[in-house]
Ligand binder design. Sequence first.
Ligand SMILES: Nc1ncnc2c1ncn2[C@@H]1O[C@H](COP(=O)(O)OP(=O)(O)OP(=O)(O)O)[C@@H](O)[C@H]1O
Length: 462
Amino acid sequence: MARLLIVGSLEGELGSAARVAIARGAKLGHAEGVAAGLERLRAEGADLALVDLRHDVAWLVQAMAAERIACPVVACGRAEDGDAAVRAIEAGARDFLPLPPDADLIIAMLQAAGAAPSRDGPIARDPAMTALLARVAQVARAEASVLLTGESGTGKEILARHLHAVSKRARGPFVALNCAALPETLLESELFGHEKGAFSGAVAMRKGKFEQAEGGTLLLDEIGEMDPRLQAKILRVIQEREVDRLGGGAPIKVDVRLLAATHRDLAQEVAKGRFREDLFFRLNVIALRIPPLRERPADILPLAEHFALHYARANGLPERGLSLVARQALLSHAWHGNVRELENTIHRAVLLAEGHEIGPEAIELTQRAVVEAVAVPAAPGAATAAPPANRVAALVGRKMEEVERDLILETLSHCLGNRTRAAEILGISIRTLRNKLQDYRAAGIAVPAAPGQVTPPLPVAV
Ligand SMILES: Nc1ncnc2c1ncn2[C@@H]1O[C@H](COP(=O)(O)OP(=O)(O)OP(=O)(O)O)[C@@H](O)[C@H]1O
């Protein structure tokens, strides 16, 4: 369940934003002002904070940064209040939500924050997937840690949420943290929390994700990217069932079921000395491998129909079925980006389709050859045919930095904005990729949005 914090009065339009989020299954936290909002973030955390522009958004963003609280802040206000919105964005708010709020925009923002407020469980028709769901139902009853593996976009997170929903802990919180998304120090305080005075900005005690997930489930996504020092600390939590907040103090007992997900082969990472063997064994008590979409073809059309319906409703468009030729095109595609790629393809098709059915002309399939050819930014059309020496020659005269930027942005756009997949193809860590994207944005260069992220209609720091 997505956790949304609203800062400001619920009597006005923010109240309707709250109702939209609750109706879509989000859990709501509320504070009248920024100081109280900060208190709630320390105590409970949130996946997304919507803050009324009439409050001091900049103060909140700065206080959060000083206390290493990593939660996206979205400033909300009347569309006319453009100056205040720009100031809030400059102060570090991630986005601006114009009021009165648009339901789809709120949902999209929750999704972009990695907290899709969906009540739908995973779709599964292929025998490979129905067998997996049966196994999930079985292991959900236990308390042991579970390791979910599978290529990027196969549905590791949706399966983790489902596991929690059918477990004895369903009434407790489900908290997810992407270990690849944050720098090490921030990740550490997100996980374990801190005592007052633990570091220079730590003006108050704050609970970490383990404590926030008390009585429920904690998903550590992309655990393969975690630094070995933090791996050791996670191992200690699993063994002792207690956490040590940063800055000392007595250990705190926690009752949390741990799920971990990764697109990497952790056994191989262990063999290469990049992942602790003892932690691997602890996490791997129950292992669930989610097959790539190409290994479960019977799921393609049911998923496509599900997304077609979902995005038609979400966009207020007519509900259209898929034509026979469109179905054939979907069935014969390789889906290297897995369910996420299928979802994005159908989302686009829903927006492009005309007539009473979604036809093949609305279905734009990513060609793998194109992704492989992005190493040739100078001549994308002729790329695949050009011999290697010519490809390099075409780059002579360009700055290294520029070529790198083009390669990164092209790869990202061919991966439909999926950061994890792009980093994988580029052979760099997702953190390095994020840092570079941050630099590009700061230089005013447009960066492809992450899947599910929409661009709000007013000025935003993209
Ligand atoms: N079986 C499914 N039924 C419905 N939607 C699905 C299913 N599997 C995946 N999705 C959707 O596809 C998208 C990608 O899924 P998810 O984020 O769970 O993948 P992931 O394996 O965790 O990806 P990554 O490794 O990149 O984080 C999400 O929007 C999710 O809701």
